[in-house]
Design a protein around this ligand. Structure first.
Ligand SMILES: [Zn+2]
Length: 608
């Protein structure tokens, strides 16, 4: 991006909106016929129907993986059309030249044939890795996720392989040397995708919500793991000491690297995530959730009804640690799981079925809602599933805060890099490339968490938060939402206690944490005594610092009661660099609490 300018009205408001849409066409329907050979060579035919959004559209850009070379493009009635696609190492962007300019709202259909290697790679052992995720077909060029399209998909893959794709499975059969499967979207989808391999499939059916959850795993490792196994066995006899790891552990663990047993874990986590998120956020329109293994070890991904989990997630801790040791011998800074990534990768990716897929984001300014909400959803998963180990939930938020406040290799903290709505534009050569990940995920998660904590009420618990999120999901299902849409939804459901400015607006909160880069610090002192009636009296002082004079925040107070349970007492609202110094008589308590605390559940994102 060379330069970016806002509308005059945005300068006047002092706030940029993310509602702009720069695509000149909207793709309504895609019919994709795709053949993938044993070698992973892909050939495709796409029938793409779109409608013009701007007057006089004559040249239409598409997003297509650079090594997929276009053979032909035809328009209405089979007329050959000109197209542009330079060499993959030059400027391979794919543009189609229409035979005439389109009026706004005018429909047009093109048929594109293309083929090439590297869009998918054959990794050995029946493992195929889709390199091209959103551009294995001619997709919308800008903001691929802002568009919702209907898809009809047909895949031909080598016989013996199993396909998992987006949409409902219409048919699955063998024809000659190929497995042929047909898929149809029942609602418009933000993207289409697939994963296939020599998968073993296990599944379970949920009735509330009605959904089939399937888990796909390959018994055979890809060839690069096989070579690691070989290296491990070799090193055990030879240079184990030099490699700096315990050869027995590595050899033994890598010897049994089958992921199929642990596929059950993926199925279980998928099922639990779906139940918990449906309760908190409301139902979604997908009836099939396929959780699939991918050979990448460093990331997961989520397409509509299709989750890609890193193969390493499916390893047990011992194996993952052994693999980590091997990786470290090659890359000294490699870390097994520095911020608890593997603990929540499945719940995070399943949450993207709600955030990013069902509710889309309009631009990079709103992407924090996709990644941040998915991370925050994973915290609810930890809180619900590990109710007997509450420390997991606390640790999760400590890790998120650490990501935001630790200096990166260039000496910068993500929290200072820019506001959430800057999205990937916080990445630059001076401050390094880590700040997008280290800002958008944890801070986006904190923003939603803070909304939840502000909405929590003693009588009804999370009900107000659930109502807000159900409303948000049903309003924006199959559409994009902007940051401003989300603020309006929070304002629709806000409590009196959240109305700090007395104007039924949440501007104060969004200014501080979404459009701003504030990070307050708090200190807290407290003591207990008894009054003449024998009631427990709490005396406390909360000090807020490191902010400007308008920074306002309700800070929750908690008690650890004599029996060890945690109770929320209320909250104290602080404005600017100031303190609240108060005594409260706790008439309902017989025994003196063990301690008083603020921010026990990381209710407010603060420096400590
Ligand atoms: Zn994510």
């Amino acid at each position: 991006m060379w330069a970016a300018f806002h509308y005059t009205s945005e300068y006047a408001d002092g706030k940029a909106s993310s509602a702009q849409n720069n695509n000149t066409v909207h793709i309504e329907h895609q019919q994709l016929d795709t053949m993938i050979e044993k070698s992973a060579h892909l050939s495709g035919k796409a029938v793409t129907s779109f409608v013009a959004r701007a007057p006089g559209v004559r040249v239409v850009p598409f997003s297509l993986f650079p090594t997929l070379r276009v053979k032909s493009v035809t328009g209405d009635g089979g007329t050959p059309l000109n197209f542009i696609q330079e060499d993959k190492l030059d400027d391979p962007d794919f543009w189609v030249v229409l035979s005439k300019p389109l009026e706004v709202g005018e429909k047009y259909t093109i048929t594109t044939t293309y083929d090439g290697k590297d869009a998918v790679s054959n990794q050995g052992g029946g493992n195929y890795f889709p390199n091209a995720r959103e551009d294995w077909y001619p997709n919308a060029a800008a903001g691929a996720f802002g568009e919702y399209t209907n898809y009809d998909l047909t895949f031909r893959i080598p016989k013996g392989m199993k396909m998992a794709a987006t949409g409902d499975l219409v048919s699955d059969s063998n024809e000659g040397d190929h497995n042929v499967s047909v898929w149809k979207s029942s609602v418009p989808l933000a993207v289409a995708g697939f994963n296939f391999g020599k998968f073993k499939v296990i599944d379970t059916k949920l009735d509330k919500p009605e959904m089939q959850v399937l888990s796909y795993a390959n018994e055979d490792p890809p060839s690069w793991v096989q070579s690691l196994q070989f290296a491990a066995t070799g090193d055990r006899a030879g240079s184990a000491g030099m490699m700096g790891y315990n050869g027995d552990a590595v050899g033994g663990a890598l010897g049994s690297m089958s992921t199929v047993d642990l596929s059950k874990k993926a199925l279980g986590e998928g099922e639990l995530s779906v139940r918990i998120y449906t309760d908190f956020f409301g139902p979604i329109n997908y009836k099939r959730l396929q959780i699939t293994q991918q050979t990448a070890t460093n990331f997961g991904q989520s397409w509509p009804g299709l989750v890609f989990l890193p193969m390493s997630y499916l390893f047990d801790t011992t194996t993952r640690h052994a693999l980590g040791n091997l990786m470290r011998s090659m890359y000294p800074t490699y870390s097994d799981d520095p911020y608890g990534y593997f603990k929540v990768v499945a719940p995070h990716e399943v949450a993207h079925q709600w955030w990013g897929q069902t509710v889309g984001f309009n631009s990079y300014r709103d992407q924090w809602m996709s990644e941040g909400f998915a991370d925050m959803s994973a915290s609810i998963y930890l809180q619900m599933v590990y109710a007997k180990e509450p420390q997991k939930y606390i640790t999760f938020w400590n890790d998120e805060r650490r990501l935001l406040t630790e200096k990166n290799a260039q000496g910068f903290r993500a929290i200072d890099a820019g506001p959430l709505v800057m999205g990937w534009r916080v990445v630059n050569s001076r401050e390094g490339s880590s700040n997008y990940r280290a800002l958008v995920y944890p801070k986006g998660a904190y923003v939603l968490h803070m909304v939840r904590q502000m909405m929590w009420e003693r009588q009804s618990g999370d009900q107000r938060f659930k109502d807000t999120m159900h409303d948000f999901v049903s309003t924006y299902s199959g559409k994009v939402a902007t940051t401003e849409d989300f603020q309006a939804m929070v304002e629709k459901h806000m409590s009196k206690g959240m109305d700090l400015a007395g104007n039924h607006k949440m501007d104060w909160f969004f200014r501080e944490y979404v459009y701003g880069t504030y990070l307050p610090s708090y200190s807290f002192e407290s003591s207990f005594s008894k009054n003449t009636d024998g009631d427990v009296v709490l005396k406390f002082k909360i000090t807020q610092s490191g902010v400007d004079k308008n920074f306002a925040m309700p800070v929750p107070l908690y008690l650890e009661l004599a029996n060890g349970s945690i109770a929320r007492l209320g909250s104290a609202t602080l404005v600017g660099n100031s303190n609240v110094d108060q005594s409260i008589t706790l008439t309902s308590l017989k025994d003196t609490p063990k301690r008083a605390m603020i921010n026990y559940y990381d209710d407010v994102l603060a420096s400590n």
